[in-house]
Design a protein around this ligand. Structure first.
Ligand code: DC
Length: 229
């Protein structure tokens, strides 16, 4: 079973993806964390984002590992735990820039497919292009979205909770900047796959959204059983 969850940042994809993976006993793959790890590797190497060939080389050579259970997933870059570092704003912007480079996408998509295909029971992948590029024949595709104000509010509260210094206005501006880059890039822009179930979480509690998604997952499971008999 492959479940794709795409959508803009701050819509609740990762929280929902982790909940779904846990309840269905599936692997959870945060593909954004992979782009973030490449972004961090480029910053660490002090390489210009303009130098696409060098950036692609860094992506090719980076050893990115996602380890542990969905709720406390750790991200390692070349053996170092970078789980906290990749969440800062600077790395978020770096991830958004490296994700516009086709060669970087090709390398990471290849990894993502290999991980999804070899996962024991299947996987939940969250990102921007899972249903439209990485797994076009996923069993289920969700597009989780919310108004920019709601997404910025959530991200801002999350940052406050984690002790990161920021303001709502700054978070809102950053969300808009990333949205703009994610939807306008030439290669694999953020879009709603034709067969995706669209869920707007602006006015909903994430537990309510999760229940809706679970119902759809269960219906899908029931249909698969019917088809088999
Ligand atoms: O989901 P996130 O905010 O951690 O993602 C970081 C950046 O990576 C985001 O700006 C878009 C990019 N990304 C992407 O282009 N494709 C994916 N499948 C996942 C993330």
């Amino acid at each position: 079973m492959i479940i794709a969850i795409d959508g803009p940042s701050g819509a609740g994809k990762s929280t929902l993806g982790k909940m779904l993976a846990k309840s269905q006993n599936l692997l959870y793959l945060d593909t954004g964390a992979m782009y973030r790890a490449v972004g961090l590797a480029v910053l660490d190497a002090n390489v210009s984002f303009e130098d696409k060939a060098r950036v692609a080389e860094i992506a090719e050579n980076a050893r990115i590992e996602l380890v542990g259970e969905p709720e406390n997933l750790q991200v390692f870059l070349d053996g170092t735990d970078v789980s906290a570092e990749i969440r800062n704003t600077q790395v978020g912007q770096a991830a958004s820039i490296v994700s516009t480079i086709s060669e970087v996408r090709r390398i990471l998509v290849e990894h993502q497919r290999a991980i999804g295909e070899t996962a024991k029971n299947g996987a939940v992948l969250d990102g921007r292009d899972i249903g439209s590029v990485v797994f076009t024949s996923a069993d289920l595709k969700f597009f989780v979205t919310a108004k920019p104000e709601a997404r910025a509010r959530r991200r801002y509260e999350e940052d406050l909770e984690k002790g990161r210094s920021t303001s709502y206005e700054q978070t809102f501006a950053e969300i808009n900047e990333r949205d703009e880059r994610d939807v306008s890039r030439a290669d694999s822009p953020l879009l709603i796959a034709e067969d995706a179930v669209v869920i707007d979480t602006s006015e909903m509690d994430l537990t309510e959204v999760f229940e809706q998604m679970m119902q759809i997952v269960q219906e899908k499971g029931a249909k698969a059983t019917v088809n088999l008999t």
